[in-house]
Design a protein around this ligand. Structure first.
Ligand SMILES: [Fe+2]
Length: 188
């Protein structure tokens, strides 16, 4: 014999709980298109914000790509140095991930829109795309070094511009991006 609970219809189970359901399949115009700036009360000229946002978004795309390159190599590394490099690549992946969050949130604080999705990052990054397959360790490390150097060049140029425009927030980030590279172990 079945219980009262199991005899209740689907309708009976739903009635009275509709307002607690999540509202799904919602669509609307975006509230700030990419490339537009929402002026915030931060005492910075709009043109100054625009230049800094553009530089930070380029740095963001390249830092995200560098972060993912570390994870790719963490997964795909092979050979007798596997264990050490496997751990090291993951450590640097985490450090780049911290930088990504900081750069992205700085863009938002300047009134901009941060790049976020992989496809948009792929369109923007200056770091050459690696193959999907595995590569040998010297090639993995060489790719990482070249990617770091590219980010360093960008960060230094952006820091120079930020210094001229007295954007201390952005300047601090660009300088720290340089500093991060200085902390890399000698194996890289
Ligand atoms: Fe892992």
């Amino acid at each position: 014999m079945s219980s009262n609970k199991s005899r209740r219809s689907s309708n009976q189970l739903e009635v009275g709980a509709q307002q607690a359901r999540p509202v799904e399949h919602q669509h609307a115009e975006e509230i700030q298109p990419f490339g537009k700036i929402a002026i915030l009360p931060i005492a910075l000229d709009l043109q100054v914000c625009a230049a800094s946002i553009e530089n930070l978004n380029q740095l963001l795309a390249d830092t995200m790509t560098l972060r993912d390159l570390y994870k790719k190599h963490h997964w795909q590394v092979t050979g007798h140095t596997f264990y050490q490099l496997h751990l090291l690549f993951d450590k640097h992946n985490a450090e780049q991930d911290d930088m990504v969050d900081e750069i992205a949130e700085r863009i938002q604080l300047l009134g901009g829109v941060s790049l976020a999705m992989g496809a948009d990052v792929a369109e923007t990054t200056s770091i050459p795309r690696p193959p999907k397959g595995k590569e040998i360790v010297p090639v993995q490390i060489s790719r990482l070094l070249e990617a770091h150097e590219l980010v360093l060049k960008e960060a230094r140029e952006s820091a120079r511009q930020a210094r001229q425009q007295m954007i201390c927030w952005s300047l601090g980030l660009f300088v720290r991006t340089n500093f991060k590279f200085g902390s890399l172990p000698s194996t890289l």
